[in-house]
Design a protein around this ligand. Structure first.
Ligand code: GRF
Length: 191
């Protein structure tokens, strides 16, 4: 008996390298999952072109629409989405969406949470703060999303060294490699 793949939506605001990596990994024949939709809050986000090139539907959802439960729940039902992946999505997720995906919404954060998490800690700001603090280690955290920002159950943490001559750019590069190596398999583990 063949079972239907679980539909996944990826929420992303930026270039979409994680989104592309996950789509390439998951959207294969016989896979237990299928990335069905990419949701971005920015009409100029690189992730939209990547989705198009990979044949995945995408939609731009501004802050008002994201917070409109009728609109969002209908959108997710239409595509029969069961799993939500936050891959560099910069808007706060409203509580009704967190409940909709209880145990099935995952986020990636480019530090070893709870260090360097919370408000204002995204993208380059995280790496700048890590370097400024003199930490000798950083890494990634992949976690379930609950109502406490950056505090959901941790599914995986992988660390890497912060080298004496690191800049925010060089550290970000090292951390992005960890994201590429690890995010798809954690998404797969939810299927
Ligand atoms: C990643 O570094 C991720 O950890 C962070 O946002 C970045 C997204 O990059 N939360 P991309 O859009 O996947 O290229």
């Amino acid at each position: 008996m063949t079972t239907m793949p679980k539909h996944i939506a990826i929420f992303a605001s930026g270039s979409g390298s994680n989104a592309e990596n996950i789509i390439r990994h998951i959207n294969r024949p016989q896979s237990k999952g299928l990335v069905k939709l990419v949701i971005s809050n920015r009409s100029d986000a690189g992730v939209l072109q990547r989705a198009k090139d990979l044949g995945v539907d995408s939609i731009v959802v501004d802050k008002d629409k994201l917070n409109d439960s009728d609109y969002m729940l209908r959108l997710l039902e239409k595509h029969r989405i069961e799993i939500a992946v936050l891959a560099g999505f910069l808007l706060m997720i409203p509580p009704f969406l967190i409940h909709r995906f209880e145990g099935n919404m995952v986020n990636i954060h480019p530090s070893l949470l709870p260090k360097f998490g919370g408000k204002g800690m995204f993208g380059r700001h995280v790496h700048e703060a890590v370097i400024k603090s003199g930490e000798t280690e950083s890494g990634i955290t992949i976690h379930l999303v609950n109502e406490e920002y950056d505090r959901g159950k941790i599914l995986l943490q992988v660390s890497c060294p912060v080298k004496p001559n690191d800049t925010a750019e060089s550290l970000e590069k090292r951390i992005r490699e960890l994201e590429v190596q690890n995010f798809p398999s954690v998404v797969e583990s939810l299927l």
